[in-house]
Design a protein around this ligand. Structure first.
Ligand code: SAM
Length: 348
């Protein structure tokens, strides 16, 4: 039919941004299913049925920024801030290692007390103690020099979402940041030969299908190795507290289009997607292009304090090395958990 022909053309690279916007505007349920199935099939052909696991440690909730959507924004005075100690971070990394996972993701707010040397020391210690472990950083915007020091210390990958490529929307959402600086960071990370990841937030007020289409076009032009397509969840202690939550369906459509345009990108079923209802919507994301899950290894009590958005998945549970339940639920959809490093396909 004409939709599958259109999707095939897009996959083959014959399209304009308007074609992507057109697909994102589709509302008929049978057609949406068709988009997800197409993306799922490309995921299967390109990356197979393995679901890559990445253990995440949220090392600090201090942040110098005031992103309007984020619970960590500096104006949120009701949040108790924390910064994990080196030993605590290494203990969490040890737990990731014992679970068999071979990627540690170190994430945090933009903590002004971070030094390039402290982070470099953590990277080096993880690399020394845990043979074969990949290190991904997700620490926000820093000078080029910091990124170079961390790369030289052994960091393999970096995640920095562009959030939106609509410059005016970007500047409205990030009062004390600049779009150009975000791009500067992404360019530097690529030049330093990090496996580079980005992504966007779906459901920001004022966002259009045209701007989401331009996000996906940007991902393709840049050629990211990893992409996180997040669903916006309003947080009570932010300026967007009364904004509407992003649509799960739109998030999955954007994710599916990202898969079609970047067949080899590693894409997580994001925690936000798994946090909006009792049923685990990450399973839906895994059937619409995603191939990665990021279990949380931030220890108590810190994990409750890293509240980017409310009702975050598993905030009240202790980290676990037992993935049998997750393994069972992904087996039901014909998939299996993989405990490999899961580098970018271009490097394998
Ligand atoms: N500070 C680093 C940065 O900016 O990349 C990493 C931490 S930041 C909290 C990680 C991600 O959280 C952001 O890229 C953003 O998309 C997401 N996020 C923040 N607030 C959110 C919300 N209310 N709903 C969904 N995702 C949110």
């Amino acid at each position: 039919n004409s939709l599958s022909k259109k999707l095939q053309q897009i996959y083959e690279g014959n399209f304009y941004a308007a074609d992507i916007a057109g697909i994102l505007s589709i509302e008929r349920q049978d057609q949406i299913r068709q988009i997800f199935d197409f993306a799922d099939n490309i995921r299967k052909q390109t990356l197979g049925d393995a679901i890559l696991l990445r253990g995440i440690i949220e090392i600090s909730s201090y942040c110098r920024n005031s992103c309007r959507y984020c619970g960590l924004n500096k104006n949120n005075k009701s949040l108790t801030r924390y910064r994990m100690k080196t030993e605590e971070i290494l203990e969490a990394a040890d737990m990731i290692y014992r679970s068999g996972i071979r990627t540690v993701v170190i994430q945090s707010g933009e903590d002004e007390d971070f030094t390039a040397v402290w982070i470099a020391d953590i990277i080096k210690q993880i690399k020394e103690r845990f043979a074969g472990m990949a290190v991904t950083l997700s620490l926000g915007e820093w000078p080029d020099e910091y990124y170079r020091i961390w790369r030289e210390a052994g960091a393999d990958r970096y995640l920095l979402k562009i959030e939106t490529t609509d410059r005016r929307l970007y500047e409205r959402m990030h009062p004390d940041m600049s779009y150009d600086n975000r791009i500067r960071c992404l360019d530097t990370l690529k030049r330093l030969d990090y496996q580079t990841g980005s992504g966007c937030l779906v459901g920001l007020k004022g966002q259009t299908v045209e701007s989401l289409a331009s996000d996906v076009m940007f991902f393709r032009e840049f050629g990211f190795d990893m992409l996180g397509i997040g669903l916006f969840i309003p947080h009570g202690q932010t300026e967007l507290s009364s904004s509407r939550q992003g649509s799960l369906e739109m998030t999955l459509k954007v994710q599916a289009m990202a898969r079609i345009l970047l067949p080899a990108a590693h894409m997580p079923a994001t925690t936000a997607t798994g946090s909006i209802s009792k049923t685990d919507n990450r399973i839906d994301a895994l059937q619409a292009g995603a191939n990665v899950i990021m279990p949380n290894f931030t220890p108590m009590p810190y994990r409750q304090m890293y509240e980017i958005y409310p009702h975050k998945r598993c905030v009240n549970e202790n980290p676990t090395t037992d993935f049998s339940e997750l393994a069972q639920s992904v087996e039901k959809i014909g998939r299996h958990l993989a405990f490999t490093r899961g580098d970018a396909l271009r490097l394998q």
